[in-house]
Structures are given as structure tokens and as C-alpha cells.
Design a protein around this ligand. Structure first.
Ligand SMILES: NC(=O)c1ccc[n+]([C@@H]2O[C@H](COP(=O)([O-])OP(=O)(O)OC[C@H]3O[C@@H](n4cnc5c(N)ncnc54)[C@H](OP(=O)(O)O)[C@@H]3O)[C@@H](O)[C@H]2O)c1
Length: 272
């Protein structure tokens, strides 16, 4: 059995690759730039671009199962080519936002991919995590490294971020085990944390003082647009803040307790 991992150089994809290798499963990893991919020895690294369906056939040849990074524009092409190549099972990296009503920026993005895979006739599982802890690598790590400060809006709003290794563990279970076909797994991280509490944990684990400066929504909009975030993503992130409760975690699938935020910070010490 060979498993194709798309998005293999990403936060989740790297852990999917590692998880499959650990189980002794042959892995083909797809990337747009193999020279920069730095994937482990033993992985069959192939060039391919989800945005360019013509590049996918070589990556799909001889593959039985696939982990799909979600790109809505070409998801139907991907699944059609996968089915033709003999792939029998696709595990989609989706989002808890796919549960929401139509018209949600992130929900629609992921629903489009889920529907394409469901329509393919192949076995499918949707992995629907909530907010990634890894977002902080882009959002907070640069100012922590440079100035020891976090600037963000909604300091008291609670969220339940998920460790990327738990997302990958769910995907690996769905790729390799029986009993996950036709299921959509929504999950949060194991703790509900205000942003101010996340900053406190960062300081404790990293062993240095990190300040929190609360931005107004307008201040956040200006900063994020200047940093190159797409305007529709900024609008989505600045919707009325709501506390996100802890829900089912990755443990529902993996049988292991979900990783904590403190664990994530320790795993990313070098990034901060
Ligand atoms: N951030 C969140 O809070 C959150 C929450 C729920 C769901 N999600 C979903 O998870 C995804 C992020 O997963 P991740 O962090 O593992 O991925 P990632 O690190 O952002 O990217 C994964 C890899 O996919 C390839 N890729 C990225 N964009 C592409 C594009 N437009 N066309 C073709 N290839 C592309 C790149 O690989 P190469 O350059 O090597 O080709 C990249 O390294 C989001 O896009 C979203 O769909 C995110």
C-alpha cells in the first residue's frame, strides 16, 4: 500500500508523513518544490501542484490512499484523477467551519472540497479541526522574537486551539484503519484558553517575559492587512468574538489524550 500525502511540507502534512513512516507505510509526498521540501529519508518525494491538475497524474500513479490538503478550485479534478489512478480512500484536511451555515468564508472553502470527495464514489473521511495552535507561528512568533510582545484583539476571548500533531494523528488513523469511512470528525484542543492565558503559558514555557498589548479591531485590521493577510480572512477573523468551548478532541479517534498548549509551545521553542 502506498499513501500519497499532498500538502506534505505543511504544518499537518509533515506530521502525516512522519506518522505513516513510523507505521512502516510507504509514503509518496507531493510538493511544488522538491528541492526545498526537506522531507525524511525513505519518502518518495514527487513534484506536483494541487492548483495544476495536469501535474497530479504522476503523483497519483500506483497510490492506494491519499491525504488531501484542501484547495476548492481543483478538488473535483483531483478526485476524478485519483479515482482513475486506482485510489480507493481519501482523507480530507477540512475544518470545523464546514459544520457552519452556508456563506461562511472558511466553511464554504472546506465544504467545496468535502462535497467533491463525497461525490467521487471513493471512501472518504473528513478531518475537521478547529483553530490551529500553529497559527501563532505566523501571527505571534515574529513580534515575540523581535520584541517579546504579542499584539492581538479580543484578549479575553477563549479559544480551544489544536496541536498539528493531533490533527495528523487523526488523519493517519483514518488513512490506515478500518471503520472511519463516511465519518466527519470535528475536534477542538483539550483546553479553553483566553489569549492572555496563552501569552502567560508562552512566557512560562519559554522562560521569559512576554507582554500582551490588546489591539482594537480597527488596529488589528490595519496590522493584518499590512502583513498581507487577505481582506476576506481579516473580516472573518474580526467577526463578533465568541468563546469556543472544548468539544470532542482528537482522542475520540486516536484514543490518546490531546496535546496541550504548553506541550505545543515546548515543541516549537526554537520558533519563538
Ligand atoms: N489555520 C487554522 O486555524 C485552520 C483551522 C481549520 C482548518 N484549517 C485548514 O488547514 C489548512 C492548513 O494546513 P497546514 O497548516 O498543514 O498547511 P500549510 O502549512 O499552510 O500548507 C501545506 C502545504 O500545501 C502546499 N500548498 C499550500 N497552499 C497551496 C496552494 N494554494 N496550492 C498548492 N499547494 C499549496 C504547500 O506545499 P509546497 O509549497 O511544498 O507545495 C504547503 O507547504 C488551511 O488551509 C485550512 O484549509 C486551518
Amino acid at each position: 500500500m502506498t499513501v500519497l500525502v499532498t500538502g506534505a511540507t505543511g504544518n499537518v502534512g509533515r506530521h502525516v508523513v512522519a506518522g505513516l513512516l513510523e507505521k512502516g507505510v510507504p509514503v509518496r509526498a507531493m510538493t511544488r518544490t522538491p528541492a526545498r521540501a526537506s522531507l525524511p529519508d525513505g519518502v518518495d518525494v514527487v513534484r506536483g501542484d494541487l492548483a495544476d491538475p495536469g501535474s497530479l497524474d504522476a503523483a497519483l500513479a500506483g497510490v492506494d490512499r491519499a491525504y488531501l490538503f484542501p484547495l476548492p478550485g481543483t478538488a473535483e479534478e483531483f478526485t476524478a484523477r485519483a479515482a482513475k489512478a486506482g485510489v480507493r480512500r481519501i482523507v480530507v484536511l477540512s475544518s470545523v467551519a464546514a459544520e457552519y451555515a452556508d456563506g461562511d468564508y472558511s466553511g464554504d472553502h472546506h465544504t467545496a472540497v468535502e462535497r467533491a470527495v463525497e461525490a467521487s464514489g471513493l471512501e472518504w473521511t473528513h478531518v475537521r479541526p478547529g483553530e490551529f495552535m500553529a497559527n501563532l507561528l505566523d501571527w505571534w512568533a515574529p513580534s515575540i522574537r523581535a520584541e517579546g510582545v504579542v499584539r492581538a484583539p479580543f484578549g479575553s476571548t477563549r479559544s480551544t486551539p489544536v496541536h498539528e500533531a493531533d490533527i495528523a494523528d487523526v488523519a493517519v488513523s483514518a488513512l490506515l484503519e478500518d471503520g472511519h469511512a463516511g465519518k466527519a470528525y470535528c475536534f477542538s484542543g483539550p483546553e479553553s484558553l483566553a489569549k492572555t492565558e496563552q501569552v502567560r503559558v508562552l512566557g512560562e514555557v519559554l522562560g521569559r517575559e512576554i507582554r500582551f498589548e490588546e489591539l482594537t479591531p480597527d488596529g488589528a485590521r490595519t496590522l493584518w492587512l499590512r502583513q498581507g493577510m487577505p481582506p476576506e480572512a481579516v473580516d472573518w477573523l474580526l467577526q463578533d468574538p465568541v468563546d469556543v468551548p472544548v468539544g470532542p478532541t482528537a482522542e475520540q479517534v486516536t484514543g490518546r489524550p490531546a496535546r496541550t498548549f504548553a506541550q505545543w509551545v515546548a515543541d516549537h521553542r526554537a520558533d519563538f
